[in-house]
Design a protein around this ligand. Structure first.
Ligand code: FRU
Length: 604
């Protein structure tokens, strides 16, 4: 049965294994009777027939290879297709194709665009196991990251019966963008996550792009009271909107038979965010369409009426608008509430590439009106804060947001392999007013306090001295929070460096005259994987002589929250070892660090 070339390869491998003197018996036996047959058809096409029941076909990936097209066939029907960067010269890692659920069917694969000489033919294997234990030094400890494969936008976040659900743009067949599925994870505390595999997979309408979920308490759609309904973009050559519903709290979804529910002649037409509008008792869908948002309404979640468009002449337009959100938030210190339209933008962010802008105003169920069209507002002033959306149905009226912590300029190139990308820490949103203008305040969610270890230290700090954080924390994991208050006397610039023994550092400073906070990651460690990565990001800060700052440091990120969330700045960093030292400086005068606490952070 075995192809001659494969036979010689098999013999060669067996001999190599024999010479190396390792588990000869196991390998020999597997090689002589391979559980699949490979038939090359010429012109880069091959068929692989699976002859043994195993859970996974493990495919070797080489990220530098082009994508090969694979069709999975059960008996004679295509049941799945995917693009995989199959190994041609070397294996970077393996990805699993789930073979379960096809009992009594003969499984085979049709491979296209992959040469007969490629390494993948020798390396692919059947297995009942796929090892997801962490192999990455940059994998965050307390930020959500996928067990394996690529992740971008958070999707479909909803809360129900004490559980926070998080879905996300997932490629299960590689750690670069492609084959979009909705991955799924749950948490009861927003910091400890359980992975559940993919909840919504590509179909004949396309791959599954970003979107949202609602809990249909009153059964307006007719799928049942309390059904969880997902809205997503089906993406092929064209983008259309689809829905799926879950009757088991998001564990499994059934796609609505009459998809798509909304179409357009526009090419960029995506990322449905659905909310309930109490005043008009209607569902509202906001869609990103080119450089505008379209607002639709519906009584039954299935048929939608276009109410208005928003965007022309408003805010930043350096790229397409994506991943909208629409929510009503209280204005701090008043009885007022205002509407916020969140609009992610790529490219065109303040420091290049992706960023989250927002508009504050009114919404009457039909039309959003921006109260200050002349001002562009950014939710975060770092380079790695994108696709921000909030949880639907969150408890106690909270508005809890999550961002994808990367930037399309280099997201595919960051130095991790087993997985790529993590989310920001969860953040509670509210509004505050400064000099007549209303802004979003971004506060780290209170659940993050739970990560603080008891062994944390409060210190009296002196400027112009270096402190060793490892010693203060009795720990060198590099995952900590620093909370500090600085009082300026007469300095022009007050700052500090976080650094390690390799001379890698991140510098942060306040410029009191210019009223700015800056984070400089140009010397932060591995920066050369993209010309856009070494960057200096700057946030405007309000005046005043007292500066409060909270810094969340994880294995490959720093998030800064100033003055109780009046500014936020999120940046990735890839130090070769953790930043375990800090030293303060003041220029042109002096200041006091009146309080400084460093907390070790970790999951319990
Ligand atoms: C934003 C985005 C969305 C789209 C998704 C595809 O990062 O481009 O607009 O739905 O990613 O993965």
């Amino acid at each position: 049965m075995i192809h001659l070339k494969d036979f010689w390869r098999t013999i060669r491998r067996t001999l190599t294994v024999f010479i190396l003197g390792t588990t000869v018996a196991v390998f020999t036996c597997q090689a002589i009777n391979p559980p699949f047959v490979i038939k090359h058809l010429g012109d880069g096409q091959s068929i692989v027939q699976i002859d043994e029941q195993k859970k996974f076909l493990l495919l070797p990936v080489e990220e530098a290879s082009p994508e090969a097209k694979l069709y999975m066939i059960a008996d004679n029907d295509v049941v799945r297709s995917m693009n995989v960067r199959l190994a041609v010269n070397k294996v970077d890692y393996f990805v699993p194709v789930d073979l379960t659920g096809f009992d009594n069917k003969h499984l085979s694969f049709n491979f296209q665009l992959i040469p007969d000489s490629a390494l993948c033919w020798e390396e692919m294997k059947l297995s009942d196991e796929f090892d997801v234990s962490n192999r990455e030094k940059y994998r965050p400890v307390y930020h959500f990251s996928p067990a394996y494969g690529w992740m971008n936008d958070p999707n479909g976040m909803f809360y129900k019966d004490g559980v926070y659900h998080l879905f996300y743009q997932h490629n299960p067949y590689g750690s670069m963008w492609g084959n979009m599925h909705w991955g799924h994870a749950t948490s009861t505390d927003l910091v400890t996550w359980e992975h559940h595999g993919d909840a919504i997979s590509p179909d004949a309408l396309g791959t599954i792009f970003s979107g949202s979920c609602v809990v249909d308490k009153d059964n307006t759609a007719g799928f049942g009271a309390g059904a969880v309904i997902a809205f997503y973009t089906s993406a092929s050559d064209r983008q259309v909107q689809s829905m799926a519903y879950s009757l088991d709290n998001g564990k499994t979804f059934k796609k609505y038979a009459r998809n798509p529910i909304l179409t357009s002649t526009q090419r960029d037409f995506r990322d449905p965010k659905v909310i309930w509008h109490e005043d008009t008792k209607k569902w509202i869908m906001v869609l990103a369409v080119g450089q505008e948002m379209e607002i639709y309404s519906s009584a039954d979640l299935k048929s939608w009426t276009l109410e208005s468009k928003f965007g022309e002449g408003q805010g930043a337009h350096g790229g397409v608008w994506e991943c909208p959100d629409l929510l009503e938030l209280p204005v701090e210190g008043t009885e007022l509430k205002k509407w916020v339209l969140v609009c992610n933008l790529n490219p065109g962010g303040p420091f290049g590439g992706s960023a989250t802008q927002y508009f504050v105003g009114t919404f009457d169920g039909k039309r959003f009106v921006n109260e200050s069209p002349a001002v562009t507002k950014w939710m975060d002033w770092g380079k790695d804060h994108y696709a921000t959306v909030t949880w639907s149905n969150a408890p106690a009226g909270r508005a809890i947001a999550l961002a994808w912590m990367s930037n399309w300029q280099y997201a595919n190139d960051v130095p991790t392999r087993q997985y790529r990308s993590a989310n920001s820490v969860p953040r509670d949103l509210s509004l505050y007013t400064s000099e007549g203008e209303t802004y979003v305040k971004v506060t780290p969610s209170p659940e993050l306090l739970k990560l603080r270890d008891k062994g944390s230290k409060k210190r009296a700090f002196k400027v112009d001295r270096t402190y060793n954080l490892d010693k203060l924390l009795n720990d060198n994991s590099g995952t900590y929070e620093i909370e500090m208050t600085i009082k300026n006397k007469d300095a022009d610039v007050i700052g500090f460096q976080l650094f390690n023994s390799k001379g890698e550092e991140v510098e942060m400073y306040y410029n009191l005259a210019e009223k700015t906070f800056t984070m400089d990651r140009t010397e932060s460690g591995e920066v050369s994987f993209s010309k856009d990565f070494p960057a200096v990001t700057v946030a405007p800060v309000e005046g005043g002589n007292e500066m409060k700052l909270r810094l969340f440091v994880d294995k490959s990120s720093i998030e800064a929250f100033g003055n109780d969330g009046r500014f936020a700045m999120t940046n990735l960093v890839f130090p070769s070892e953790p930043y375990n030292r800090i030293s303060f400086y003041a220029k042109g005068g002096s200041c006091n660090v009146t309080s400084f606490t460093v907390y070790k952070l970790g999951l319990k």
